[in-house]
Structure formats: C-alpha cells, structure tokens
Design a protein around this ligand. Sequence first.
Ligand code: 8YV
Length: 332
Amino acid sequence: MAEVRPRVWVSQPLFADIVERLREHFDVIDTAQVTQHGAAAIAVALAGSDGALVTLNDPIGAAEVAGAGRLRAIANVGVGYNNLDVPALTRARIVVTNTPDVLTETTADFGFALMMAAARRITEGERWLREGQWRQWSFETLLGGDLHGSTLAILGMGRIGQGIARRAAGFDMRVLYHNRSRLPDDVERDCRAQYVDFDTLLAQADHLLLVLPYSSQVHHLVDAAALAKMKPTATLTNIARGGLVDEAALADALSAGRLAAAGLDVFEGEPAVNPRLLALRNVVLTPHIASASLATRRAMVSLAVDNLIAALGFGPDAGRPPTPVNADQLKR
Ligand code: 8YV
C-alpha cells in the first residue's frame, strides 16, 4: 500500500524555492496568488491538513479548526501572531510557531526610516515637488523636527524596540521606554534607555515609536486622551499593529496641529486605510513593509518552514520546532 504522506497547506505564495523544502516530507497544497481567504475557505483548507504555513492575512481560531481533526501545527510567517487565537489553538492541541529574531534588525531599520521620514517631511516634500509646486527655493519650506539630540520614546521594548534604541545612540538621542516589565540593568545600559511610566513617555516624547505586540488589552492604547498628553511638535510612528491606535483620534490631532506628524506602516483595517489619514499631508503611509527586505522575508519563510517540518516530527529538530509560541502551554 502506498505510504500516506502528511498534508500541509501554504496559505499564500511564499518564495517557492524555500517552500519546496516541505515537499520532501509532505504533500503540499499551495496558493498561487495572494488571497484573502474567508473563514469558510480557511476551515476547508485546514480540514484535511496536518499542518499549515500562514501569514497575518489568515485569521485562525476555534471555528476554523473545529473540523480539522488532523491539524497538529500552524507555522505563522511573522513575529506577531494576533491573527491566531493561540488559547483556542492550544486547547485543540495545535502547535503554534512564529518567526522572531530573523526580522529584528530589518524592522528596526525601517522604524527608524519611517520616523525620520515623518519628522523631516520627506514624502510630503517629494509629493509637493512632483506636483510641480516647487517654483522657487525658500528658506522656510517644509520645516521639520530634528532627530539628533531629541527624545525618542519607545513603547514596547522587546527585540525590535531594543534594536531601535541602539540605533538612536548614533543620533545622540535620549531614549525613554515603557514596557510591561522593566528590562534588566545591563540591557538598559546597553540600549542607553531609561524606563518611565506611560504618561511620562507620552509627555516627554519628541518621537514616539510603537513596537509592542497587539492584543485586545492594548486596543486603542494610543487614543485621544493619550495623544492629548503629547507635545504638539512630537511625531508618532507605528510599526506594530494598527489596532494600537485610535485612527480617528490620530487624524483629529494631526489635522488640528496637536501632533506634528505620523509615520504609519500598519492600519486597523488594512489593507483599507482610513480616508482621513489618506487626505493628510503630515502622515507617511506605507503598506506594512517594515520587515520587507528580500533577505529578511526569505529568512522568515525559511524559519517558518523549519518550524513546520519539526513540529510535524520530521528533520533534525523533529518534535522541537526552533521558535514555538505555545510549547509551555501545550505541556500542561
Ligand atoms: C510580517 C509582521 O510581514 O512579523 C510581523 O509581525 O508584522 C511582518 O513582519 C507579517 O507578519 C507577515 O505575516
């Protein structure tokens, strides 16, 4: 009788040469085009699968896995995994993995770039020039805020936050941070960062950067009240998740001059963007590309493939995926 190979579902096109490695062990059901799968389609794809390689486009919870009796592992391509209901997947005894570390430096680079673009009005200036509005050089055109010597405020001081703090030393910035828990002294020293409470972080920020994981507990953490505590000359940059910011309150603050500028790589309803933000000049908008260098996106897929192979009991790390999310919970 022919051997029955486990089956895995790859939800999006993800570097075919890397995904190819899955075929050594599994039958692979891949996806030729970027697809916004609905809940029913995800449930059907998971129903006959032993594992899945998914991205932030693919929300998966109890309903999607209810009929997936064979499903043992979901490898998310991304460090953030708020698309997955991890408690529900853990209850269903499904291993969840993510892709930390490999994207830290690339994402920190981008956070810095976005913050600089917002503060120094780079995309606004480019648009103005392309619109043919630059008719004469003038001393007071597009005056922005400085990065060097300013106060960088980082909300969420995990790996990416620390990467941004280390970059700030080169710009002679004072670094403040707020985090669920304070970092050990040696890490604070290494990052030259000082822990402050949330309100102090808001009040003292010249440039506030959001780098914390999203969960329902921090939904709209940056709301009208938080924005009102910031300096009108400050900027806000979000490379974490759109749901952290009340976009209507942000648009109010930006249009009223109560905040100088914003840099946003993530949006609450992405890929839809709040039309009020689209209409504002003092916001730099990018389509969730903070980790999108070629090398890093390839490294993310490679790590996710390693995770899936190992989680399904194959390869050199069989049974021990390199970067599990719920290994401790599953042991209980
Ligand atoms: C990914 C991200 O591109 O890693 C994350 O959390 O937001 C991005 O780097 C995205 O998650 C792809 O699924």
